[in-house]
Design a protein. Structure first.
Length: 387
C-alpha cells in the first residue's frame, strides 16, 4: 500500500428534509450570499422558493443559467465580478455538479487579483477562497465531497479539470428526494459518470483488497440502483444509495493507498465535450468499453477479469481472454440497457476532428503516463472505435 496524506473537511448533511438546517449553517459564514444555479429546474421543483424563504434574513445575489460543462465565460467571470463588487461572504450552489464546479472556480477567482484562468491551469495557486455550501439535486459528479472542478473555455476548446484544497465545500446538503424529478437521460448519465470515477481509480498498477471490494460494491450498487431509479423515479432507497455512491466518487476514499492511474477516460472525454458540448456521462460511457478493449494486454488482463468476475459474477475457470472480452461486452450492454447512446455519431460527433482532439488531449492530460499508456495515435484509435 502506498503512503498517503488524506483529509476531507466537508460536512455532509444527508437525508429527507435536511434543508431545514440551512439558515443555521449559513449564518456561520456571513450575511451576503451568492446563490448559483442552472437552468431553472430548482424553480420547477420548488427548491428555489424554499431556499429564498429559509434565507429571508440574508442578502442574496444571484447567478443563474450555469450550463452543463460550465463555461468560464460568462459564468465564472460573471460570478467573480458579483463577488468582488458586493463583498460576498459565502456561495450557495444549488443544483448538480456543473453548478458546484463553476462555484468553486468563482470562490477562488474572487480572491485572486489576476485572470482566474491562471488558477484553473495551475499557472498560479489560490491562497484563499469564499466558503461554499451546496445543495445537490443530481447524483453524478461527487463534486460535493471533493476539491476538484471542471471548467470549459469555448474560445479555445479547452475543458480543464483542476484541484485545489481551497475548493472543498464546507457543507453539502444531500436530500435524495431532490433527485426524484431528474430525467432518465440525466439519471443514466450520472450513473455512467460515477462508474467512470470508480474505474479511473480501480484500473491502476497497485491496489489492495479493501479498496477493490469497496469499488466493486459501489459499481454493482450503481448498476442495480440506477435501474431501480429508472423504473421508479421516486424509489427513495435507490436514489439515496445512488447519491451516496456518487458522492464518494472523486474525493479519494475509494483508492487510499493505491497507485495513480492517470484518469485516461476523463482526459479523453474532456476533449469530446469541449469540442462538441455533449453530455459528460454519455461521452464517458461511450469511451469506457472501447478504452478497455484497446488497452487489453498481458499487463492489463488480470485487472480487467478481476473486475468482470467480481462485478458481473463471471466464471473464473475460463480462458482469461474470454473472461476479459465478456467483461467488456457486459459493460457496453449495461450502459446500453439504461438508455445511453453508445456511439459518438449518435451524439453528433464524426471523424472530422478526431486527430485534432487527440492531440489536444495529450497536450493537456499526458496520457502516456497513464496505467495503460496512450499516445496520440492510441487516443485517435479509441475515438475511431467509438464512432
Amino acid at each position: 500500500m502506498h503512503n498517503f496524506d488524506y483529509q476531507t473537511p466537508t460536512r455532509l448533511i444527508f437525508g429527507k428534509g435536511v434543508i431545514e438546517k440551512l439558515p443555521e449553517v449559513m449564518k456561520q459564514f456571513g450575511k451576503k450570499v451568492l446563490l448559483t444555479y442552472g437552468g431553472g429546474s430548482i424553480k420547477k421543483i420548488g427548491l428555489y422558493d424554499e431556499v429564498i424563504k429559509l434565507l429571508s434574513d440574508f442578502e442574496i445575489f444571484e447567478l443563474p443559467g450555469i450550463q452543463p460543462n460550465p463555461k468560464y465565460d460568462p459564468s465564472v467571470l460573471n460570478g467573480v465580478k458579483i463577488c468582488k463588487e458586493n463583498d460576498i461572504d459565502v456561495i450557495l450552489a444549488v443544483g448538480g455538479g456543473s453548478v458546484l464546479d463553476c462555484s468553486k472556480a468563482i470562490a477562488t477567482g474572487a480572491k485572486y487579483d489576476k485572470d482566474p484562468w491562471d488558477l484553473i491551469t495551475y499557472k498560479a495557486f489560490a491562497t484563499d477562497s469564499i466558503p461554499i455550501v451546496d445543495i445537490i439535486t443530481l447524483a453524478a459528479t461527487g463534486s460535493e465531497y471533493d476539491c476538484g472542478g471542471v471548467i470549459s473555455r469555448t474560445d479555445t476548446n479547452d475543458k480543464i479539470g483542476y484541484m485545489d484544497r481551497h475548493n472543498f465545500p464546507v457543507v453539502s446538503f444531500l436530500d435524495p428526494t431532490y433527485t426524484f424529478t431528474v430525467s432518465k437521460k440525466q439519471t443514466a448519465a450520472g450513473c455512467a459518470d460515477a462508474i467512470s470515477h470508480i474505474m479511473e481509480q480501480y484500473f491502476c498498477e497497485d491496489s489492495n483488497m479493501l479498496n477493490d471490494g469497496f469499488m466493486e460494491a459501489a459499481i454493482k450498487s450503481l448498476m442495480i440502483n440506477t435501474k431501480k431509479c429508472l423504473d421508479n423515479p421516486e424509489d427513495y432507497e435507490a436514489r439515496a444509495e445512488m447519491m451516496l455512491a456518487c458522492t464518494y466518487g472523486c474525493n479519494g476514499i475509494y483508492s487510499l493507498g493505491n497507485s495513480k492511474s492517470g484518469w485516461p477516460l476523463h482526459g479523453m472525454e474532456h476533449a469530446l465535450s469541449a469540442y462538441y458540448d455533449i453530455t459528460h456521462g454519455e461521452g464517458l460511457a461511450i469511451l469506457i468499453p472501447r478504452w478497455m478493449n484497446h488497452v487489453l494486454s498481458e499487463k492489463t488482463v488480470d485487472r480487467i477479469i478481476k473486475y468482470g468476475i467480481n462485478v458481473f459474477n463471471l466464471d473464473p475457470n475460463r480462458e482469461k481472454l474470454d473472461i476479459a472480452e465478456d467483461t467488456i461486452d457486459l459493460t457496453f450492454k449495461f450502459f446500453e440497457s439504461i438508455g445511453i447512446p453508445m456511439y459518438l455519431r449518435q451524439v453528433g460527433i464524426d471523424e472530422k476532428r478526431i486527430y485534432e482532439m487527440a492531440e489536444h488531449v495529450q497536450e493537456w492530460e499526458k496520457l502516456d503516463n497513464a496505467w495503460a499508456p496512450l499516445s496520440v495515435d492510441d487516443i485517435a484509435e479509441i475515438f475511431k472505435a467509438s464512432l
